[in-house]
Design a protein around this ligand. Structure first.
Ligand SMILES: NC(=O)c1ccc[n+]([C@@H]2O[C@H](COP(=O)([O-])OP(=O)(O)OC[C@H]3O[C@@H](n4cnc5c(N)ncnc54)[C@H](OP(=O)(O)O)[C@@H]3O)[C@@H](O)[C@H]2O)c1
Length: 335
């Protein structure tokens, strides 16, 4: 069925400046890591993407290896762009990445200029795009000089294949080093994409301060710890869940008794706030002004809609913050 986007789509969400840049990102963005690959029902993914755009989500995050099989999420998203979003390219922020294994041999993984440039060319082909808005180096590569990786990112921007560049999974120290090189090259780092949720707060130690100091935006991935920070696993492991599927990155053994008890307690606190646990988990990240956007995943329109409604209540009373912090600190060795 032909798609006509909702007319009031820009009245629903908040848009935050990405660090000290002119680019605004929606407070909630959608990632296509799981649920949009060749093994997933295409029409479900398409409904989720349409619903996201109708709700004001302008930013869609991909990577060369998303699927499975690797590359298939970009192919599927490319189909959606060609059919549903053909006239809407200027309303979209599309990102992709390279840095993990993509093809055999010495040039299909890591951080070399050879890999990054050929990988982005392939991503553009799969999505049918002339450029992406943001291109990320997906993870730090200790075997490649940082200068080489940064020069490749700079070249990609100068060639017009990406408008901005970003770093993902770089530590605070690695970020400092990369950012200094990028500044000299004249292509500033726009954004950093770290894992960040109530169950993984490593970025609070120093990365968020580094990003703030340099005016770099932060987009937090796996904000629900892949679904753990929701009611998904409170009554067992559903077959159709990420942990229930053989292809998922969340494993059954990741769901310990201790974790479930913590999640149950957090679920009760969310209930007191009249929110779902997923909503409270998203709101909890957005209370920090340094977080530009929260990058969620969803396997259904219902989940997506539930998550978007997190924006209706992002304020935390001091007592609520303290209660949650205490609970998380007490359990930090169990999660
Ligand atoms: N840069 C990196 O290295 C990196 C790594 C990982 C992810 N990412 C990016 O971050 C995006 C999000 O990651 P993620 O998918 O792990 O995020 P997430 O939001 O933590 O987890 C998403 C999963 O949680 C469950 N879920 C979502 N909303 C729910 C709700 N309201 N109620 C119950 N369950 C709910 C669904 O699981 P079910 O499928 O079980 O329904 C969904 O697939 C990815 O798509 C990708 O773009 C980047």
């Amino acid at each position: 069925m032909a798609y006509t986007p909702s007319r009031n789509r820009y009245e629903l969400l908040r848009y935050n400046h990405c660090g000290r840049s002119g680019l605004k990102l929606p407070a909630i963005s959608l990632g296509l890591w799981h649920n949009f690959g060749g093994i997933d029902p295409y029409e479900t993914g398409r409904r989720i993407v349409r619903h996201a755009f109708d709700a004001g989500i302008t930013h869609f995050d991909l990577a060369n290896n998303y699927g499975p099989p690797g590359g298939s999420a970009e192919i599927n998203f490319g189909r959606m762009l060609a059919t549903d979003f053909k006239t809407l390219r200027d309303e979209l922020i599309i990102s992709t990445k390279a840095g993990y294994y993509m093809w055999p041999g010495p040039y299909g993984d890591g951080g070399s200029r050879k890999y990054l440039i050929s990988s982005l060319d392939k991503s553009l082909q799969r999505m049918g795009l002339e450029y992406v808005d943001i291109f990320y180096h997906h993870r730090f590569d200790p075997e490649t000089p940082v200068e080489e990786t940064m020069m490749a990112l700079d070249q990609i921007v100068r060639q017009g294949k990406a408008l901005y560049i970003g770093l993902s999974n770089y530590s605070a120290e690695q970020t400092e080093e990369a950012v200094a090189i990028l500044r000299k090259l004249g292509t500033p780092c726009l954004i950093h994409q770290p894992r960040y949720s109530m169950l993984d707060r490593h970025v609070e130690e120093s990365l968020l301060d580094v990003l703030d100091k340099h005016g770099i935006g932060c987009i937090a991935y796996s904000p629900l710890a892949q679904g753990l920070l929701s009611d998904r696993y409170l009554k067992g492991i559903p077959e159709n869940s990420r942990a229930g599927k053989p292809s998922g990155f969340l494993k059954k053994e990741d769901i310990s008794m201790e974790k479930l008890q913590l999640i149950q307690r957090l679920n009760e606190i969310a209930g007191e706030r009249k929110q779902s646990l997923a909503q409270m988990s998203i709101a909890w990240l957005l209370k920090d002004q340094r977080v530009t956007s929260v990058l969620i995943g969803a396997s259904s329109v219902q989940q997506l809609e539930n998550n978007i409604q997190a924006l209706d209540h992002t304020h935390f009373e001091t007592a609520e913050r303290e209660q949650i912090n205490q609970l998380l600190n007490k359990n930090k060795d169990n999660v």
